[in-house]
Write a protein that binds this ligand. Structure first.
Ligand SMILES: Cc1cc2nc3c(=O)[nH]c(=O)nc-3n(C[C@H](O)[C@H](O)[C@H](O)COP(=O)(O)OP(=O)(O)OC[C@H]3O[C@@H](n4cnc5c(N)ncnc54)[C@H](O)[C@@H]3O)c2cc1C
Length: 497
């Protein structure tokens, strides 16, 4: 089948999925007033794969079927592959200003890497390796839009999941000839409302105990599997405001986050990749090397987002000519430095890419950690700069509808600025409000902080992985040198006296 059309995608979401929002079951996510905007945005991304302008960047020929498939499924084997994949990722990220963390390429890159690492899954039960390889191919050949859910619900973080008094986390409850059953909750799943499939994979760490085995599994299921309920947070998209342009990001790109509840959900063996195996679950991310591939998508998206925030900040500063002031130039230069840092990280990750045991090239993880741990702080600072530059302008522009309302003439006259007419100024400042102050903006902040895991434990992971030996050796050499100089100084003193 190969790449989907946007229309085909929207049609495919009209299935039996059970999505709850605002106390109601959503009948059709593609027509719900608060959800339809994001569904349309994903459909536009899929349509870009068919568009002559972007098809070259966004697709490649499937190695198995010869059909055109999404570039984010490309397994890089050469530096040229890394470049091609990066350009495709950037094309989609630019289309959503880097504001849609879970455009389908996020999961595609990860699933392709897990598929390449299928021997890892097959080391104890060969059929699980075959399942992983087949599943990655299935996602590529059918342009499956995916979400994933890794984290046990926030109940009691002072003890491991298998020791909780309130046992609410998803776990294996039964096993049969054809598969097993799971019940319980996982949190949170971004894009669930707009996905075809969910990858239910382990979180970061399970205690190596027999009791933890019930929570140690990895599988993939259709989002509309009987027994699955998705409970979404309230939308930040505003079905109610007068104009789309009042909240242009919220209305187009609220990808939703949902808690998933499994009620005796059947998982067939052929959709199982890990089963009651704490040891493999704890190794899955470091050993499959899927992390650097996923981090590449994140870094490319971070670059698109930074470039968007820079364009926004420059335009705000130009509109009232505050860019003539030195401290304003300083703030704009800060964002320029962020953009150039991320661009350099991406280049370094490609230049220092390393071969994997699976015959692929993995971008250099060390370089990508700069974005992984640094970007949340950069993004918060960029939002602060937009607020500092926009100042009262962020709250002193009216709804876009005023341009057609009874106050139209007043608005056209009094909302001009030195460099722009009222219409474009209102559009610019509503966009700036949505990027830096709205519910959408707050959720973006939280997303950047947590989407790839808890930053505290991530920093600990980097500390543990990082090769610290050369630095300890360097310091030993420096201290020895100081000692030598100290002793030779003493000798000179003694010679003089
Ligand atoms: C907007 C958003 C979208 C997301 N999308 C997805 C998604 O699509 N799929 C998915 O699987 N996950 C997703 N996540 C979840 C993400 O993976 C988790 O937020 C992240 O792993 C942190 O877990 P937690 O939120 O349960 O926080 P917690 O683990 O409860 O941590 C909360 C605080 O307590 C501290 N803390 C808790 N336990 C410990 C401990 N043992 N040691 C040290 N400190 C601790 C943390 O440092 C942190 O400050 C998303 C999160 C957000 C915010």
């Amino acid at each position: 089948m190969g790449i989907r059309t946007g229309q085909g995608y929207l049609q495919s979401l009209r299935d039996g999925r059970r999505v709850l929002i605002d106390g109601e079951v959503v009948a059709d996510v593609t027509r719900h007033p608060r959800l339809a905007g994001a569904a349309r945005t994903i459909s536009e991304l899929l349509d870009m794969q068919h568009d002559a302008t972007h098809a070259q960047a966004l697709t490649f020929d499937s190695p198995s079927s010869g059909e055109k498939v999404g570039i984010s499924h490309l397994l890089p084997r050469t530096p040229e592959d890394l470049r091609r994949r990066r350009e495709g990722l950037k094309t989609w990220a630019d289309a959503t200003y880097g504001m849609m963390g879970r455009s389908p390429d996020f999961m595609n890159v990860m699933i392709a890497a897990l598929g390449a690492a299928h021997p890892f899954f097959g080391q104890k039960r060969s059929e699980f390796g075959d399942n992983m390889q087949r599943y990655a191919q299935h996602c590529r050949e059918h342009d499956i839009v995916m979400t994933h859910v890794l984290v046990n619900p926030q109940v009691d973080r002072s003890r491991p999941v298998e020791k909780q008094e309130k046992d609410l986390a998803a776990k294996v409850v039964r096993e049969g000839d054809a598969g097993f059953w799971i019940s319980g909750a996982r949190t949170v799943s971004t894009l669930a409302a707009f996905s075809h499939e969910v990858l239910v994979f382990p979180s970061t760490y399970l205690t190596p105990s027999p009791e933890a085995a019930d929570y140690a599994f990895g599988c993939a299921l259709p989002v509309d599997t009987p027994g699955i309920t998705w409970i979404s947070r309230p939308s930040v998209s505003s079905g109610a405001t007068a104009s789309y342009a009042d909240l242009p990001l919220s209305n187009r790109m609220d990808e939703t986050d949902a808690v998933v509840i499994f009620d005796e959900v059947f998982v067939p063996w052929e959709r199982t990749f890990l089963y009651r195996d704490v040891e493999l679950c704890n190794q899955v991310y470091p050993k499959t090397l899927s992390g650097p591939h996923a981090a590449t998508q994140s870094a490319v998206r971070a670059l698109a987002k930074t470039e968007f925030m820079l364009a926004l900040a420059l335009s705000i500063a130009r509109s009232t000519k505050i860019d003539e002031h030195l401290h304003v130039q300083g703030m704009l230069a800060e964002i320029m430095v962020f953009a150039e840092t991320i661009r350099s990280v991406i280049t370094a990750s490609e230049v220092n890419a390393k071969p994997t045991p699976w015959g692929t090239l993995a971008p250099d993880a060390n370089a990508l950690w700069v974005v992984r741990l640094g970007f949340p702080k950069m993004f918060v600072r960029m939002q602060e700069i937009i607020q500092l530059l926009g100042a009262s302008g962020l709250v002193a522009v009216p709804s876009y509808a005023e341009l057609q309302g009874p106050g139209r003439e007043l608005v056209e006259r009094y909302y001009q600025s030195a460099q722009s007419d009222a219409d474009s100024r209102i559009r610019l400042f509503r966009l700036a409000f949505d990027a830096s102050m709205s519910g959408f903006a707050g959720r973006q902040q939280l997303y950047e902080r947590y989407y790839t895991g808890d930053p505290v434990r991530l920093a600990g992971t980097l500390f543990n992985l990082y090769d610290k030996k050369p630095y300890h050796e360097q310091m030993s050499r420096i201290l020895e040198d100081i000692q030598r100089r100290h002793e030779s100084g003493q000798q000179m003193e003694e010679t003089r006296s």
